[in-house]
Design a protein around this ligand. Structure first.
Ligand SMILES: Cc1cc2nc3c(=O)[nH]c(=O)nc-3n(C[C@H](O)[C@H](O)[C@H](O)COP(=O)(O)OP(=O)(O)OC[C@H]3O[C@@H](n4cnc5c(N)ncnc54)[C@H](O)[C@@H]3O)c2cc1C
Length: 450
């Protein structure tokens, strides 16, 4: 069977769902193909359930902080309600209804199956062939990287999916990888009483962030009882039916092993060679309008511009406009915000100090410690955090910033705006910051800029 349609969207995660729904609303004949759950990684195994777990774990920690602030803590962690709440809606039947509500209801057609490109504008799924008059949009996301560590592939290791689906807690958990996913889940499990060890091959946690953020997050995790092993590369993994043994400059043992060393686009099975793309490439290269080839667009994680839901949605908006032939600004990645939802939250935007120096800018740096701000002093327990500003001293604008603290991701918003809109340092210095807020720490960091 061959069918002509306007647009075929391959993968209905956050990015694909947005593109497919909006183009269908515009009256185009759209077929959306998804082999898993419509909505993708974020609502079922990513952002949403992990933040539900984090919320529960942070409530526990806040309750423990009552001691010395407002009474005496007596907290018994109970994992069951969290695990139950996360699982309650993610069934296939319920998800079919999601597809109807969010996509089919807008005029699109939903096909459940695993699709692959078979030439420019052509996609096959389960023997059916769809030919797109206007566009094929690739939005198939990424899969976890499983490193080639001897023995690992024969063991029952966890990825983020099993870690989020777990109905019972193990006694111990070893986390391979000190990035955002590994650290968020490590802290949740530790706060629910699991003995957690984090192993990171590089010399610091969150290696893409500022060194100050790495130090901050490491001491927060250690305060939660997590053993942090940086500069340790795992070389072998074994499982004896009950326990994992990981060799990483010494032997480490744990009941469960979470592999969280990154994610990669899995282009081979997508048939990208049929449209002249490299199946082994780490990402699909797109231009500033998300174009990847003839009648071909790509959005989301698989473009390699940052594995964030907000990036997938941003790129989806650009692709939709371009496919509809509408004008609008091209992709601009100067002020990409990112948040690691540990406690303290590590928010950042734009360039780090090292990236700004590598770019040849005349860099000025301003640093403020949250505990010594008025709000930090008032907040007391759990007040750790920093504000770090990276300025281009020549143009007198911020090119990057870090906001780490109890609500680091929220405080980040005005810094993201400042970087995006190139608000001058003079303007930032002479505006009014509400007292006593955490964002007032930005004023302290501006003073430190010199
Ligand atoms: C634990 C964890 C926590 C996260 N937390 C955050 C967070 O707090 N904030 C944030 O911004 N981001 C977070 N992310 C990242 C976020 O989930 C992703 O950036 C987002 O889901 C990317 O959307 P996407 O549309 O590119 O891909 P996905 O959501 O991965 O969707 C791709 C879809 O394509 C489908 N697919 C793949 N191949 C095919 C095929 N051949 N045929 C049909 N369908 C196919 C897949 O089944 C999937 O549903 C987190 C990720 C993880 C793993």
């Amino acid at each position: 069977m061959t069918e002509q349609v306007d647009v075929v969207v391959l993968g209905l995660g956050v990015g694909g769902e947005e593109v497919a729904g909006r183009l269908a609303e515009e009256g185009l004949e759209v077929v959306g193909i998804e082999h898993g759950l419509v909505g993708g990684e974020c609502p079922y195994w990513g952002c949403v359930p992990s933040k539900m777990m984090i919320r529960a774990a942070n409530l526990l920690e806040e309750a423990r902080r009552i001691d010395g602030m407002a009474g005496h803590a007596d907290v018994t962690p109970d994992w069951a309600p969290v695990a139950e709440r996360i699982r309650e809606e993610a069934t296939d039947d319920w998800n079919d209804q999601v597809a109807v509500d969010r996509f089919t209801g807008k005029g699109g057609r939903f096909v459940r199956g695993r699709g692959r490109l078979v030439g420019p504008g052509a996609v096959e799924v389960d023997g059916a062939r769809y030919e797109a008059r206007r566009a094929v949009v690739l939005a198939t996301g990424t899969v976890p990287v499983i490193p080639p560590i001897a023995g690992l592939s024969e063991t029952p290791y966890w990825t983020n999916r099993e870690t989020i689906e777990a109905k019972t807690l193990p006694d111990s958990l070893l986390v391979l990888g000190g990035g955002a996913v590994g650290l968020e889940l490590a802290q949740v499990y530790a706060r629910f009483g699991v003995g957690v060890t984090v192993v990171e091959a590089l010399d610091r946690l969150l290696p893409v962030e500022e060194p100050e953020s790495s130090t901050l997050v490491q001491s927060a995790l250690e305060a939660d009882g997590i053993a942090v092993r940086t500069g340790r590369r795992a070389t072998t993994v074994a499982h004896d039916g009950e326990m994992f043994t990981v060799t990483a400059g010494g032997e480490l043992r744990a009941e469960r092993l979470l592999v969280a060393v990154g994610r990669r686009a899995d282009l081979g099975p997508l048939g990208v060679d049929s449209v002249g793309l490299e199946p082994g490439a780490p990402a699909v290269t797109v231009d500033e309008r998300m174009r990847a080839g003839e009648r071909l667009w790509a959005v989301g994680d698989l473009t390699g511009h940052g594995a964030f839901t907000h990036m997938a949605m941003y790129q989806a908006g650009i692709a939709v406009r371009d496919i509809l032939g509408q004008d609008g600004p091209p992709a601009d990645y100067r002020a990409v915000p990112r948040v690691t939802f540990t406690d303290p939250e590590i928010g950042s935007v734009g360039l780090t100090e090292a990236q700004a120096r590598d770019a040849g800018l005349r860099v000025a740096v301003g640093l403020a410690q949250l505990p010594s701000s008025a709000r930090g002093w008032i907040h007391k327990a759990g007040n750790d955090g920093i504000i770090k500003l990276i300025a281009d001293a020549e143009r007198e604008v911020l090119v990057g910033a870090t906001s780490a603290g109890p609500v680091g991701g929220e405080v980040l918003s005005m810094l993201a705006l400042a970087v995006q809109a190139e608000v001058t340092i003079g303007t930032l210095r002479h505006m009014i910051y509400a007292y006593p807020t955490f964002h007032r720490g930005i004023e302290d960091a501006l003073r430190d800029l010199g």
